[in-house]
Design a protein around this ligand. Sequence first.
Ligand SMILES: [Zn+2]
Length: 211
Amino acid sequence: MILETFPVGLLQCNCTLLGDEATGEAMVIDPGDNVPYILDRLKAHGLTLKQIVVTHAHIDHVGGAVRLKRATGAPILLNENDLPLLKMMDVQAAWLGTAAPEVAPPDENAREGLVVGISTHKAEVLHTPGHTQGSICLHFVPEKILFAGDTLFAGSIGRTDLPGGDGRQILRSIHERLMSLADETRVIPGHGAETTIGEEREGNPWLQNRL
Ligand SMILES: [Zn+2]
């Protein structure tokens, strides 16, 4: 398995390229920006992009998705509960003082339970609302890897003060859907350092008091 995670854009969103040397297939998670670099990495590994999965419709995660789709033909998957956020991309761009990227409705709804990924590495979509209403995590079960978007970070959790955010809901999502995973599960969050479910269960200050 090829697994590369690198920060992209102004807010340093973690973008991940996940591929398979044998089949030449790849998926990209959260292509927020730096599309030329993502295309370079795909080319360097000789991979064909099969799928673009976006954990939620904040500009720093979804901003490059349409450009990447146009360059590769790969479909975009996003949870439909984030369509209102996608529609307010100009407002999101104004928060950052940047130009709004082109956006388009997803090709498929990344709904709860959907299986995404490439033929040799598949993940289950966990709908984990709270940071946004359409926030999802991707759980690669045999690989024991969770892509947590902006729901869970090393030592922190996603902010809930933006439109669509809900502080009680994000804690419920984390406790019910993520803390039920095995301690050794690697967590690759939407920003910052990698962690594990066990480390967060033990030490994340936001998770110590149950609602
Ligand atoms: Zn976000």
